[in-house]
Design a protein around this ligand. Structure first.
Ligand SMILES: Cc1cc2nc3c(=O)[nH]c(=O)nc-3n(C[C@H](O)[C@H](O)[C@H](O)COP(=O)(O)OP(=O)(O)OC[C@H]3O[C@@H](n4cnc5c(N)ncnc54)[C@H](O)[C@@H]3O)c2cc1C
Length: 573
């Protein structure tokens, strides 16, 4: 086992991690020794595939405002967002978009040279800045490029699969443990502070837009050491996953004016969101598509993946080629459909996790020295339903906030002692998994998890389905203990890594389903057929899950939503 020491570890090199790294590299002025850890190559983090854009009220001279941005989010969240977090966030975002611009981000431009913006669902003003439909790729490149000025201030640990977060008895951060895959060696990285930026857990679904790396490792590791996780039942389904793969076609396609069409040739959104039409928020649009399909107005698709159509032909060739080149490329390469000439088959697809590690406004968790930011965190800006283009934005804003906060923190702190027994236990646990020689095939368990989540924990839910899902997940958790690992070498042992990722997804899926089962109302992305109304009297509260180690299951509790400026009203679009 090798031991290394740093001041701050950033666990995750997506947009949130890289933005925090840049902030620390600048703020630390050469006095902070930073480690950036990623289980994949740094630039293979999921964020490179973000497509449609990043929200921020940069056109206040033309009628947008911070208040409008905040109101859109709060209404979009079905009033579950914490309003102090939203206010902090909308205030920061214009700076973040302009900062990226100064750093060289190739934002798309208007004819007058200003940064172009477009509509995304649920917005009352077109406030999504974009770089064609490859925004995440360019934002990641820009941050990575900017970090190159400070290479003496950080160490990269690419392909370092983190398995444990080690804390002291006093609930302060001490170290992470993981396997450096190219060497096949277990490492302990000690530091004064940890920023968890490990992204999504939405890979617990089979039909999803998410990279295979989105297995919720950071959330699961935090949960298992006792950090509360919040609102996990709110999983977002994006309306336009291409059929049959589920690869995302950006909401930017509808932002540019694309239509959703059923088998009668109707723009059916008029029945569900008369004013906003295709640009209603994702929860409403996804339910509308599923209703069309269920009521026989969809098209028969392969593998039970019935669909409706996304039609952008009327936008014209030039707009499609300049504003939506990736939509065209994906559609042509994946299914041989050229959207300049034909509409594209799409259906709702699991996309984003609104919940995550519970944090305060700076991104701090309840443990001293541990922050969480980006998709793995829940501060909560998105509440029960995120508005598109606000995830990349949240990564940037909290990369900045937490980066600053952690920098100040480590300047005043000493490195604390390493709890060696806990480190040894972590190593033992890795070895135990490596040595598993049971009768179960982990890939079969993963497949059954995917089928269960897709079938019972989707756009529409009910008690019977959720109970079946919970039973199944508990059965899968038991079966996981009896898996067989054939590859006993630690060098690039993806079989071992997949087994640990599966354990993480199973633990978190249990939290998702328990939360969904108990929440007897419909709010945002959580729609219960048996409780179709929002119930503010009983359910205007966040779900908080903590790990009950003895029982190996979550204990659920609730905490109030911070309603400061805007009172909940009926949500109409
Ligand atoms: C296809 C797609 C398109 C999207 N488009 C948009 C968009 O246009 N606008 C928008 O606002 N949002 C968009 N989103 C959402 C947005 O992309 C994500 O929420 C955001 O990029 C998440 O960034 P992150 O930094 O939190 O995590 P990620 O980019 O997922 O990075 C996670 C990091 O954690 C590391 N990691 C994870 N587990 C471990 C471990 N065990 N050990 C070590 N390292 C680990 C990974 O290696 C990676 O570096 C999109 C999502 C999808 C799926």
């Amino acid at each position: 086992m090798k031991i290394r020491e740093h001041d701050i570890i950033i666990l995750g090199s997506g947009l949130a991690g890289l933005r925090a790294a840049l902030q620390i590299a600048i703020e630390g002025k050469g006095k902070i020794d930073l480690a950036i850890v990623s289980k994949v190559q740094l630039m293979r983090s999921h964020s490179v595939s973000a497509e449609g854009g990043t929200a921020g009220a940069i056109r206040q001279d033309e009628g947008d405002s911070l208040e409008l941005h905040a109101w859109d989010l709060i209404k979009g969240s079905d009033f579950l967002a914490d309003q102090d977090a939203v206010w902090k966030y909308v205030n920061r975002m214009p700076y973040e978009i302009l900062l990226l611009d100064r750093l060289g981000m190739p934002w798309s431009r208007r004819p007058d040279g200003k940064i172009a913006t477009r509509y995304f669902g649920g917005q009352t003003f077109p406030r999504t800045a974009y770089a064609g439909d490859k925004t995440g790729f360019f934002a990641m490149q820009t941050l990575y490029d900017s970090l190159q000025k400070y290479t003496d201030r950080f160490t990269r640990y690419d392909e370092f699969f983190t398995t444990h977060i080690i804390v002291g008895e006093d609930k302060t951060f001490r170290a992470i443990v993981g396997i450096f895959l190219p060497e096949g060696e277990t490492y302990v990285l000690r530091a004064k502070a940890l920023i968890i930026a490990t992204g999504s857990a939405i890979r617990m679904y089979g039909f999803t837009t998410m990279a295979f790396s989105g297995t919720g490792d950071g959330v699961a590791m935090a949960y298992r050491i006792g950090i509360p996780i919040k609102d996990m039942e709110f999983m977002q389904f994006h309306p336009t996953g291409i059929v049959p793969s589920g690869i995302l076609l950006t909401e930017g396609a509808r932002g540019e004016g694309g239509y959703l069409i059923n088998n009668k040739g109707e723009r059916f959104m008029k029945r569900y969101a008369e004013k906003f039409m295709e640009l209603a928020p994702r929860d409403i649009t996804s339910r509308a598509i599923m209703s069309e399909i269920e009521e026989g107005r969809g098209f028969k698709g392969p593998n039970n993946l019935d669909y409706v159509l996304l039609d952008i032909r009327h936008l014209g060739k030039e707009k499609i080629l300049t504003r939506l080149p990736l939509v065209r490329e994906l559609s042509m390469r994946l299914i041989g459909v050229d959207p300049i000439k034909e509409p594209i088959p799409i259906r709702p697809v699991a996309h984003y996790m609104m919940g995550g590690i519970d944090t305060d406004l700076e991104g701090r968790t309840i443990y001293e020295g541990i922050w969480a930011i980006g998709e793995c965190a829940c501060v909560s800006v998105h509440g029960a339903n995120r508005l598109g283009s606000n995830a990349t934005a949240e990564c940037l804003a909290w990369g900045y906030f937490a980066g600053n906060d952690a920098s100040k923190f480590v300047m005043e702190k000493e490195l604390k002692e390493l709890p060696t027994e806990k480190v040894e236990n972590a190593q033992k646990e890795i070895e135990e998994i490596l040595n598993k020689n049971g009768n179960e095939n982990q890939y079969e368990i993963r497949k059954e998890l995917w089928e269960t989540m897709d079938k019972y924990v989707g756009v529409y839910r009910d008690k019977i389905g959720l109970e079946k899902a919970l039973d199944k997940i508990r059965e899968l958790k038991r079966r996981w203990k009896d898996i067989k690992i054939l590859d006993k070498d630690l060098i690039y042992n993806t079989e071992l890594m997949n087994a640990i990722e599966l354990k993480n997804m199973l633990d978190l899926a249990e939290v998702v389903v328990e939360g969904a089962l108990l929440r007897e109302e419909s709010r945002g992305a959580h729609y219960r057929r048996d409780f179709p109304k929002r119930d503010d009297e009983n359910w205007l509260k966040h779900t908080i899950a903590t790990y009950d180690q003895k029982e190996d299951k979550p204990k659920l509790d609730y905490k109030p939503v911070k309603i400061l400026y805007w009172k909940p009203v009926e949500r109409k679009y």
